[in-house]
Design a protein around this ligand. Structure first.
Ligand code: CUA
Length: 159
């Protein structure tokens, strides 16, 4: 079979592109997909009740004034509930699950994370607007998934 010189070049270029693109997919799958895209903090989901932080999930004010909220999601509620935090201060949420995968979304804000058994999902947010926010589970987690809601109360701080 006679293949034109320029056609050969383009066949090699096309093959090289395939190798590059497939390589990128497999590389990223190997690097990232085996772990959740977070800071990969793990814990034993079977021993949550004995965990120093998540055994008693609560809102804690740090010495520097920032706020850390530890949250455990379980079928079909969040602990603590309600969550009370001050406005205009950085609030770090640390979320895990006691059973299956849940969601933690503060409706009307861009707070949205997955609660994954065995892992801690963490993000920091400052709430500017005092008020009551709905916390919704947005990952299907069982028969009462649609009833899995909580409340976040952002309190106006005394100046
Ligand atoms: Cu928890 Cu859906």
């Amino acid at each position: 079979m006679n293949v034109e010189f320029y056609e050969k070049i383009w066949m090699w270029v096309a093959s090289a592109l395939l190798v590059v693109f497939l390589g990128a997919i497999f590389l990223m799958a190997g690097l990232h997909a085996v772990e959740p895209p977070s800071h990969i903090e793990t814990l034993d989901p079977e021993a949550l009740s004995a965990h120093p932080e998540f055994g008693n999930p609560a809102v804690k004010i740090q010495p520097d004034g920032s706020v850390v909220v530890s949250v455990v999601a379980q079928m079909f509620s969040f602990s603590p509930d309600p969550i009370e935090v001050p406005a205009n201060r950085p609030v770090t949420f640390r979320i895990t699950s006691a059973d299956v995968i849940h969601g933690f979304e503060v409706v009307g804000t861009n707070a949205n994370a997955m609660a994954i058994p065995g892992y801690v999902s963490q993000f920091t947010l400052t709430f500017r607007q005092p008020g009551e926010y709905l916390v919704a589970c947005n990952e299907y987690c069982g028969l009462a998934h649609h009833r899995m809601v909580g409340k976040l109360v952002v309190k106006k701080e005394a100046p």
